[in-house]
Design a protein around this ligand. Sequence first.
Ligand SMILES: Cc1ncc(C[n+]2csc(CCOP(=O)(O)OP(=O)(O)O)c2C)c(N)n1
Ligand SMILES: [Mg+2]
Length: 645
Amino acid sequence: MSKKVEMADYIATNAPLGVTQGSTSAPPAAAPVEVDNTTFRGIVSGDAELNFTWSAFLIDSLVEVGCTHAVMCPGAQMAPLALACRANPKLKVSVVIDERSAGFFALGLSSVTQKPTILICTSGSAVGQFYPAVMEANYGMIPLIVITADRAPENQDRSSAQAIDQIRAFGQHVRASHNIQLPDASIDSLSPLVSRIYEQATGATPGPVHVNQAFRDPLVAKLRNKRPVPTPPVVSNPVLTVNADHARRLAESLAGRRGVIVCGASEIDEPGFPAAIYELSRQLGAPIIADPFSNLRFGAPSDVPVIARADSFLRATRFTETHKPDWVINFGGPPISKPVLTYLQTTNCTEYIGVDPTNKWQDPILRMTEIVRASPESLCKALVASGALRAAPASWAQSFAACDAYIDGLSRSAFDTIFWEAPILRRMVQATPEGAVFFCGNSMAVRDADSFSGRTDARLRLFANRGVNGIDGSIGTLIGVAAAQRPKKTLSVIGDMAFSHDVGSLQLAGDLDIVLVVLNNGGGAIFEYLPTAKTPEVMDFISPPTLNIGLAAQASGWRTWRAGDLAQFNGALEEAMAARGPCLIEAVIDRKESVRQHKLFWGAADGINAIIRLRGPEGMTITFGVPQITDSDKSAVEFDPNITD
Ligand SMILES: Cc1ncc(C[n+]2csc(CCOP(=O)(O)OP(=O)(O)O)c2C)c(N)n1
Ligand SMILES: [Mg+2]
């Protein structure tokens, strides 16, 4: 570390010596002076105490506006920020070695706390490791404040160690990017800037914000003085509402007609929304097609037609042809299920209304005729308050509810007695404690959750990284969720390739109470359902991981079980639910058999087709017994490659 040089010393050592300007006479004889023509020796020095005071003011200001958690990844350059985090007793601080894991861990924390987690790394390639989590936070609308420590300007672009161009390093993937100059006397200006940063991360469209903060050496202060943080301005976020005329016009266009309410994933958490939408559904006589990540499947009153099996029964073409809605109203994101999306895409309805208070344009099927920028809860209430709603004929919602019950019954039949994803997902969702978040990996795990979660009496929240649907960061995100909802037990299901991808995050689990089921189906089973399945190169896509799942987890202190049949799985789940600390159950699934079971299950849609053929379009309002699907039926089930990833 360089010796601190005072400005006076600097001037003295660099002033031109031995020449008197404007003199014609010979200089007086003097002792020869040695000229220092190296001009500058790179010994300019910062102020460690100022670096600390500045960082503490920055971190304390973030805590003052609402941040509760910080995740920091060690490095020399971020030292002032690390010391500042530890100097704030209100902040919960975690240290994570691998920035990639840390990014997802922070994302998991934020998804539960709904507050931006402060995510800190050192300069250099560390910054790039945050990239996947920042992309996910951007598209998944998860608030994050990413602080990257940077080297001083004179260390840039001259082969200084760990110096890269970090300014705007996350490109378009952040709500805003701030490049904060070296600590100086402008310290008080940080407080209003922090208010702005917090609002950018938590505003109408939450997401990541990047703060690049340069420091000049030395970085570790002996004297650690803090500067008190002023009270930040209050930012009021009024709820976006429609006016009464608008609500009446909308209500009249829906009243008495056959419509469907579709609810996709939403990160906008309004506690009053479920009750408000259930009432809207009652008054309109409209089914709610509830994506698993809408969370409306869980804890819904029994008199509301909440549909959890649409992914299965909307494969029945006779049903979809005879049940075209007059209108669609979509709250939040689009549904995950391809058959549901296809059904919606092929409707001819004149009103296809999206309700979304963020500035996202969530219309992948290009169908929306109106986008209402209003809070979902307030819109539901305004429609009800208009007094203009009337219910569609009762048979409309009953048909959907009967299909839902039919598939639900099917899932509890023989399909629940063999070892594949359906019984696993059903048991895991059922075992999740009231009010807890269940974390779901991408690929088939989210789709199996959609197909097989069913409904629960308990209120739950399913969460997945559906922003960009990556199979990366699953374990890190899960552990972040678990840390944020401690002491609740966190349950989760992920694929074996997703496990392999993020094995480094296992070590973050510490003593958290987690039950993670890894669906070991020998690689990316999703590729069995995609056009890749028909190619000779299919194994290049499935690419079974070679990692020993149990050993990898044990190496990070997890308790493990390996289950090859349903009895073993049930036993393992019972033990893991009773245990403390992180537990992993490796569910060894025969991929080919699992594919066969999926196709058989989805083939049940044929049963609905048959009923409608026999009984007419209203046929599904009658309750039927669950059909027995025999092995010979499988040839009749031609699978339509309905999913993409
Ligand atoms: C980071 C990332 N890389 C690649 C993909 C493409 N991808 C989608 S699903 C999948 C396979 C996942 O396998 P696994 O986790 O075992 O789940 P399964 O398909 O067996 O359900 C891959 C590679 C992705 N979504 N994200
Ligand atoms: Mg797999």
